[in-house]
Write a protein that binds this ligand. Structure first.
Ligand code: 13P
Length: 249
């Protein structure tokens, strides 16, 4: 399976800073064997597209998409627009969108459907918050997130095209990483859910870890059997750190 390191820039950087970070990543990522995916804010997608064009192992992703197809939805960005702008991947179901924009399982399922209809590869995020972790309900939380947005909506064929990302909310932007064992047991659980639903093809689906992943801990995380790469927030804003994470397989 291809190792993947995706950078979620979130709502950061000016246009100039984005351009210079991209140039730095492009220069440094050459020759690194993993697949990098860069997910800048919408206004920088076309700058990014131009700068990474033709690069063998850097692809472009968006951080969000509309659940609608087209029409009078002011401020929304459709999957068709993303696809026609050279975007290949889209993050869907990030915990920040679930928490601050009230995205429901159903809405996330609709977004997944729009992405797949437009041949975008969704990076589907799931993960428990701190109180759910403390209550020991993390496996149940993740199970219901995948059931209600994915298994209830999508066919086997569609599911097999998705990249999964386990992002425990308590580890995002906090500096507190899930230990390799804590992450692996949830990844293994996700793998089991996938195999139960789509059979052996579930073994081929990438499952990324996200949450304070950085050069100092990436290697230990990526050594785990079911951790196929990372979804990186803060450390994706520094070219050296981001590319170093890509060298950690
Ligand atoms: P941090 O790497 O900043 O913890 O963010 C992770 C994340 O939310 C990626 O989507």
């Amino acid at each position: 399976m291809q190792n993947i390191v995706a950078g979620n820039w979130k709502m950061n950087l000016t246009s100039d800073a984005a351009e210079s970070l991209l140039k730095d990543i492009v220069a440094k990522a050459t020759g690194v064997s993993c697949q990098f995916i860069i997910c800048p804010p919408f206004p920088y997608l076309s700058i990014a597209k131009d700068l990474i064009d033709g690069h063998p192992n850097i692809a472009l992703g968006a951080q969000n998409c509309s659940n609608k197809t087209s029409g009078a939805f002011t401020g929304e960005v459709s999957c068709e627009m993303l696809k026609s702008s050279g975007v290949e991947y889209v993050i869907i179901g990030h915990s920040e969108r679930r928490a601050y924009y009230n995205e429901t399982h159903e809405l996330i399922g609709e977004k997944l459907m729009r992405a797949l209809e437009n041949e975008l590869i969704p990076i589907f995020c799931c993960g428990e918050n701190l109180s759910e972790r403390k209550a020991g309900s993390h496996f149940d939380v993740v199970s219901s997130q995948v059931k209600e947005s994915i298994f209830d909506f999508l066919s086997k064929d569609q599911i097999s095209k998705i990249i999964f990302a386990y992002e425990p909310v308590w580890a995002i932007g906090t500096g507190e990483t899930a230990s390799p064992d804590q992450a692996e047991e949830v990844h293994q659980h996700l793998r089991q859910c996938l195999i139960e639903n789509i059979g052996d093809d579930g073994n081929q689906i990438p499952i990324l870890y996200g949450g304070s992943c950085k050069p100092g801990n990436a290697k230990d995380l990526f050594q785990q059997k079911n951790i196929d790469g990372g979804l990186i927030g803060g450390a994706s804003l520094k070219a050296d750190d981001f590319v170093q994470i890509g060298r950690s397989f």
